[in-house]
Ligand binder design. Structure first.
Ligand SMILES: Nc1ncnc2c1ncn2[C@@H]1O[C@H](COP(=O)(O)OP(=O)(O)O)[C@@H](O)[C@H]1O
Ligand SMILES: [Mg+2]
Length: 270
């Protein structure tokens, strides 16, 4: 069996009195591609922030490669190893980009981790080339389009060459062509056995890229954990978790029920 990357055990989180996650238990193994699905506010981003060590569980625990992820463990030796192995792509690239140029943005992570200058240059040039953004190298990130910023944000995470990628709503705001670019990129990362965990309500992403899915419902609990394709087939579960929705209306004297998204059926009945 593959190495365990994350283990969450009875994990709970709340912001003040507002509960965001309840009793979350799961494990993620090396090379898995996991989609975390749920309606807005179900706790997806909170979970990802915990897996990235930005915030810490209020109850229960979470482990990375068998070591507890706590404020204390991440203030010591373990931090460097953790930051080398785990990369986080924020939902908004503006939050992530802060360097004067795209080149500096990609060089920042490896520089922090003490990678030698010559190696950094090689790595950054290769990545710019691989992602087709060499032409942006000298640009200031704030002058880029949304899609270009997103590419740079992803590149700045890949420049550290992490084993695990955490992606929060990765396709938000991407035009169709950039989405295809992104799908192909993740496919190529899958082939080289990277582990990724992405939260999304984009079901096409699940179908194409995830091997497994965890579904959070609006009570902030895990209501499904299993093969991604099984979730996509379970319309009732998707409706219950508010990932797709259905509404009833009348036109032409007939009552219709519509659902939206990949199950966009139009049931004719009276
Ligand atoms: N910084 C915050 N302060 C207070 N409440 C928050 C904060 N971030 C998220 N929440 C609340 O926690 C719950 C889960 O939010 P979030 O993890 O962002 O969900 P999702 O990513 O699934 O939309 C929501 O009720 C949200 O309003
Ligand atoms: Mg979110």
């Amino acid at each position: 069996m593959k190495e365990e990357v994350y283990r969450a055990d009875g994990l709970g989180y709340s912001y003040g009195g507002r509960v965001a996650l309840r009793e979350i238990c799961f494990t993620v193994r090396s090379g898995e591609s996991l989609a975390v699905l749920g309606a807005n506010g179900s706790g997806k981003s909170t979970l990802l922030k915990i897996l990235n060590g930005l915030i810490f569980p209020k109850t229960g625990k979470v482990e990375f490669m068998g070591a507890p992820l706590t404020e204390e463990s991440l203030s010591g030796e373990f931090l460097k190893c953790f930051r080398e192995r785990v990369g986080f792509v924020f939902p908004e690239p503006d939050v992530q980009l802060f360097c004067p140029t795209v080149y500096d943005e990609l060089a920042f992570g490896p520089l922090q981790l003490g990678v030698p200058d010559s190696e950094i240059k090689k790595r950054v040039d290769e990545l710019l080339e691989m992602l087709g953004i060499s032409n942006l190298s000298g640009r200031a990130p704030y002058t880029l389009s949304g899609g270009e910023k997103k590419k740079v944000a992803i590149a700045s995470v890949l420049s550290v060459d992490p084993d695990v990628l955490l992606l929060d709503e990765p396709t938000n705001g991407l035009d169709p062509r950039t989405q295809v670019w992104f799908f192909e990129l993740l496919q190529s990362l899958k082939v080289i056995n990277k582990t990724f965990i992405m939260c999304t309500h984009d079901l096409s992403l699940v179908e194409d890229l995830a091997s497994r899915a965890v579904v959070l419902d609006e009570s902030h609990r895990v209501v499904f954990d299993g093969p991604a394709l099984d979730v996509l087939k379970d319309k009732d579960l998707l409706l219950r978790a508010n990932i797709i929705h259905e509404h009833t209306h009348r036109h032409g004297g007939i009552t219709h029920i519509h659902s939206h998204g990949p199950y966009s059926t139009h049931d004719e009945h009276d």
